[in-house]
Ligand binder design. Structure first.
Ligand code: FE
Ligand code: FE
Ligand code: FE
Length: 162
């Protein structure tokens, strides 16, 4: 697709983000299963529910724009998910694996924070106020998740892995 306008770029990046979220929705149950800490499992399960809702939010946005969500696979998420799968395939001490799972998840959240921050700015610039609000809701969920993972890493999980 030719990118002639900022609107074209917005749609292209929304498609990438839709691909990203659907991949994350598939990966989170595996990460919850691989986690040992009950708090970490709970954090992944909570974010799975949020992620499913984020997918729906994006579908609402595509409807409002009259565009299809399909057509741009997110290769960055593919890579990040693959790294997580590699980690889960290792023989690892449970606490060490938890520390690794947090790191893998935070890489995904940081990618999402960058994506949604950009998308919200472009939507605002283009006058799509409602769409920008939806994108900011998701952005806040990603930030809150990232902070919750940092808190888990700093509390007991990292000290247990030492
Ligand atoms: Fe997300
Ligand atoms: Fe991407
Ligand atoms: Fe997320």
């Amino acid at each position: 697709m030719a990118l002639n306008t900022l609107q074209d770029l917005l749609v292209e990046e929304l498609k990438d983000t839709y691909s990203s979220e659907t991949q994350i929705a598939k990966a989170l149950p595996k990460m919850a299963q691989a986690a040992t800490s009950p708090q970490l499992k709970a954090a992944f399960e909570k974010h799975l529910v949020e992620t499913q809702n984020q997918v729906k939010r994006l579908e609402t946005i595509f409807q409002q724009l009259g565009e299809s969500p399909e057509g741009n696979d997110c290769e960055a998420t593919e890579g990040l998910v693959k790294e997580g799968e590699e980690l889960m395939g290792e023989q690892a001490d449970p606490q060490v694996l938890d520390a690794g799972l947090i790191a893998a998840a935070q890489k995904v959240e940081h990618y999402e924070i960058a994506s949604y921050g950009t998308l919200a700015t472009w939507a605002t610039e283009l006058g799509h106020t409602q769409i920008a609000d939806l994108l900011k809701q998701t952005l806040n969920e990603e930030k809150t998740t990232d902070e919750a993972l940092t808190a888990l890493a700093e509390s007991r999980i990292n000290s247990a892995a030492e």
